[in-house]
Design a protein. Sequence first.
Length: 105
Amino acid sequence: MAEPLKSMEEATPDPNEKLVKVFDSEQESEAMVVKGLLDSAGIDSDLTSASMVQDTFPGLGGMILLVRQEDAQTARNLIAEQLKAASDIDETAEIDISGEPPRTA
């Protein structure tokens, strides 16, 4: 039988546990995508605003993803695999619209 979906509260690690930062981004949307990736892999994570440390590091902003210490390496590996896969897709390839034949060396 399929496991019931966790509510947002259940999918967040207990703040009393040892939590480790595995990802940070200045863009909330990017952090939300990575959180979704971890959630889909069954890794509970906590998305926290980096602005909470403004007193210590003025000008620092963005989002931080925290996971349980025992899940940290798995989470980092998963994030690294996805970043590598995304960088392998060349979305910035140039398209020649001049109509001239390509030059050969």
